[in-house]
Design a protein around this ligand. Structure first.
Ligand code: ATP
Ligand code: MG
Length: 51
């Protein structure tokens, strides 16, 4: 199953809602969940995990 939380407006709560859905599915449905945040500003791509 793929669930898309989308919208062009910034700061409208997309990531927050997606995270809550992921936690709910993990805890209540024992689902294996992968979250992918496709931020149009590509902020996550620029993050350096080693920094
Ligand atoms: N239901 C809610 N009630 C109160 N605050 C909320 C709610 N949902 C999100 N927020 C707050 O609003 C802010 C923006 O939320 P979030 O980062 O999820 O938005 P976003 O749509 O993913 O933003 P972006 O477009 O920058 O990725 C955060 O500070 C978050 O804690
Ligand atoms: Mg976001």
């Amino acid at each position: 199953m793929i669930i898309l939380v989308g919208g062009e407006k910034g700061g409208s709560g997309k990531s927050c809602l997606a995270q809550n859905i992921a936690v709910f599915l993990t805890r209540e449905a024992q689902a294996s969940v992968i979250m992918v945040d496709c931020d149009p500003q590509r902020m996550h791509i620029r993050l350096d995990p080693s920094a």
